[in-house]
Design a protein around this ligand. Sequence first.
Ligand code: B12
Ligand code: SF4
Length: 488
Amino acid sequence: MKITFVYPDFFQYSDGSFFPEARMHLGICMMSAQLKAAGHEVSLIHCVRPWEREEFVSRVKEDSPDLLAFSATTMMYQKCKMYSEWTKESFPDLITLTGGVHAMLDPEDIVPGTPSMDYAVRGEGDHAIVEIMNTLRDGGDPLSLDNVWGRNTKGEVIRNKVRPLLEDLDALPFADRDLFDDALLCEDQKERGTVMACRGCPYNCTYCSNHIQRQQYENKKKYVRFRSVDNVIKELKSLKDRSSSLSFIRFDDDILTWDPEWFTDFCKRYKAEIGLPFVCNAFVNLLDEETIVMFAEAGCELMAMGIESGNPWLRGKILHRHMTNDDIVRVYQMCHDHGIKTVSTNMVAMPHETVDMILDTIKVNARAEPDTMQVSVFYPFPNTHMYDICKEEGYLTEDHRDSIFCDSILQLPGFNQPEMKAARENVHILTSVYNRAFKMPGPLSEMAVKSLDSLFLSDHMPRKMRMRILDHLLQREKNRGPLEFVKY
Ligand code: B12
Ligand code: SF4
């Protein structure tokens, strides 16, 4: 039996322009390894730019699969819908399905929401997809399987339960990276080896998909699972053998420093047996000086850490991220002290956010001094707590976006679209302005910060005058040259 995965891997903007992500998809690579081991044939349509209908249909014809399997995040699902419609119009009997995070968060959008999609496959696909292929091969009905949603012959929607989480990740084969055509990947993928050492995240940030995914598994207590250090090191060695152009490793895990025993052992072995620089994500609350030193010595060159909002109320009460601004600043400074570069991730245009809260985000970044700031626009992923807030408060619109680096899809009482755009575009430069103020000596610093605050927030000065001073400040900062950016 043959399966063809479809992965729409580019952003398309409202003016028709597009941006290719062009990266490997570990989930697809892992399923491919399992499918091949079970004797199935696997191919991939990796769309790194918009495809015309004729081109897509003729590629499906060429691959001629028994099953066309889409992988979708929420933002990419619109494209999957369109491709599946084209497919069904040309090949009505070809089975189509969608798996991935969107199928877990919003399965109703797939079945019954998309008539051209036969099944939604929820949760981890590793075993489910092999069982689906085996069942089809044996003439059975995929609706008899856990994780699968679809319509039966009477047209009724069958919603099967999600099977338990895999507990032993070492039992999975290594990702089949050869499924991806290197020629289609973006430049930095060629020198980077992407790996995940664990699955899941224990936190409950209200905008993230993790709390929704976790609650749907019966063994949810096992949601955070690590591969053994030995298993990860073996995969890293195989990556080094596979490519001579590999110059660094990227860990895509959400919480690599969750288990002290694990990462102590990992750091020792990584340094001795792999020895390449690496980059990773980290969570402020899971880092102390000892951990940072251990990571630096093992070869960690860069850590990306979520700040998201610098306003303690918004961050704690609304986003459910429980850390203080001083914790954030301390951890970022410790990374600098030990030679690890940092990326901060931040969001703007959140429900209940105001302009002065954005200023708090700017100020905490100005104190933390990340090497790069990533500023995205909040996007409500379906059925997350933040989505529920947006729904209850009437902020949702019918709009859709491909990326979190576009305009907001929300109608927020505190902001209009031009204000949100201005906020997002000026966060970097304003951080730089505040950073200079914080660095002034002694009481001068406090005075400079207070003056800047009143420029933004005080009603005493006429708005026109405030804007003129601000424009002047921003222009002067821009003339000083761009902020340094690091590769991430
Ligand atoms: C690495 C990563 C990226 C990489 C690679 C993307 C990728 N798809 O692998 C890059 C940088 C490109 C990226 C970009 C974006 N990302 Co991202 N990313 C991740 C991250 C950290 C790891 C993904 C991963 O490898 N997981 C490990 C594998 C094993 O899991 P998996 O991919 O989920 O696959 C399993 C199941 O979902 C399922 N499955 C997946 N596909 C299919 C297909 C079929 C047919 C079947 C049966 C099953 C199935 O089976 C797999 C094996 O168990 C996740 C968070 C996370 N921890 O998963 C966020 C995450 C996927 N990203 C997210 C977001 C928001 C984005 C962006 C939209 C951000 C932006 N820049 O605007 C873009 C969208 C890109 C795109 N093309 O869709 C969100 C998605 C939320 C949502 N509701 O859609 C996530 C979940 C983060 C979060 N916690 O909120 N991302
Ligand atoms: S720490 Fe990161 S991955 Fe974990 S729930 Fe929060 S945002 Fe999601």
